[in-house]
Design a protein around this ligand. Structure first.
Ligand SMILES: *Cc1c(COP(=O)(O)O)cnc(C)c1O
Ligand code: SF4
Length: 336
């Protein structure tokens, strides 16, 4: 018999889509017929946070609309460079809550793993845009430091994979972590905070679904979508696959000026997510991170929008409006 020739290693389809993301603001503007905006777009070297957006997400933007809510989330604008008092590098006190390499323990029972610094998309309002990822990712050194710290603390019953985006890692890398965690008797739940099923739905492939199905804990996937138009047929299919694998699906959104700061936009988001099988979880007040001041919605307006949303929607479709305050024992609810 002739032995089979070794297969060249094929990149996964999602990894290919990942690599093909648009990184040049001028290419993005040209794809949308918005070349005239170029003068408002700074050199991203100046902002210290590159543009990055998958082509599938760009396809959901409206051609020729400079105010498109999806575009606004990713396009660097010169407004980022304006100094804004009170907007800081570590807006949420992550540095103070560090419990080991890439491990943040702020709230009772929950250990949040900064699995990786990578993301398929760079959201301009990202509260971790200045996080020192190079030293602080849990996946480095084979997860050992993080796994040991979780094993040593019997008060931890839930591990949250976060980032960056934990689904940036190969499924084999995630399996390496969950294999190590599976031996820890006090863990009862696993949670994954990820935007990838929305911005790069290809990521929810067969290999990923098999990993999910095989996990020994109930799994919650908290996705991140800020606008109804982030959902399309591919995202619906990814959500259906996650649900079929047994995951509970929740959405956290950030209240963003010019993106979703109207009752209609928020109601559409909650209803559209529900059609995809996702319940609203949190609506976050923006973390006051340097470079994001132009996205802020002041608290009085946030409360008014939320109050109107409660009147408009079924109770289970209303997300909790919260702000993260460094030193608090939970997210702080804002209620009018
Ligand atoms: C938001 C957050 C959590 C999760 O909080 P929940 O209210 O349970 O969703 C856990 N750890 C850290 C560090 C967080 O920032
Ligand atoms: S997906 Fe989340 S972590 Fe990644 S850039 Fe956007 S807000 Fe930041």
């Amino acid at each position: 018999m002739i032995p089979a020739a070794p297969h060249p290693i094929q990149p996964r389809r999602w990894q290919q889509a990942w690599r093909e993301a648009i990184r040049d603001p001028h290419e993005l503007l040209a794809a949308l017929g918005l070349e005239t905006l170029a003068s408002r777009v700074p050199d991203t070297a100046a902002t210290g946070f590159a543009l990055r957006v998958p082509r599938g997400f760009v396809a959901r933007m409206r051609h020729g609309d400079p105010d498109d809510p999806l575009l606004r989330q990713v396009l660097p604008l010169d407004a980022e460079l304006r100094p804004a008092p009170g907007f800081e590098l570590d807006a949420v006190g992550d540095a103070a809550a560090r419990a080991g390499r890439g491990l943040i323990c702020k709230y009772r029972g929950r250990a949040l793993l900064v699995a990786t610094g990578s993301c398929a998309i760079n959201c301009r309002y990202c509260f971790r845009r200045h996080f020192p990822y190079a030293e602080e990712t849990a996946a480095a050194a084979g997860w050992r430091e993080a796994v040991d710290a979780i094993a040593a603390d019997t008060g931890i019953d839930e591990v949250i994979l976060s980032g960056g985006d934990p689904l940036s890692l190969a499924t084999s890398k995630l399996a390496e972590l969950t294999d190590a965690l599976a031996g820890i008797a006090h863990l009862r739940r696993l949670r994954i905070h990820t935007r990838l099923p929305v911005v790069l739905p290809e990521r929810v492939d067969d290999e990923f679904v098999s990993w999910l199905v095989g996990l020994p804990w109930p799994v919650t996937v908290v996705i991140h979508a800020n606008h109804a138009r982030e959902f399309d047929a591919d995202v619906d299919a990814a959500m259906a696959r996650l649900r079929a694998a047994g995951a509970t699906l929740l959405n956290q959104a950030v209240l963003l000026r010019g993106v979703n700061d109207s009752v209609d936009a928020l109601a559409d988001l909650c209803e559209r997510g529900f059609e995809a099988g996702v319940l609203p979880y949190y609506l976050h007040q923006l973390d006051r991170v340097a470079g994001a001041a132009h996205f802020e919605v002041d608290e009085a307006r946030a409360l008014a929008l939320h109050a109107a949303l409660r009147v408009r929607l079924s109770g289970y479709l209303v997300p909790r409006l919260v702000r993260e305050v460094a030193g608090d024992a939970s997210k702080r609810p804002l209620q009018g």
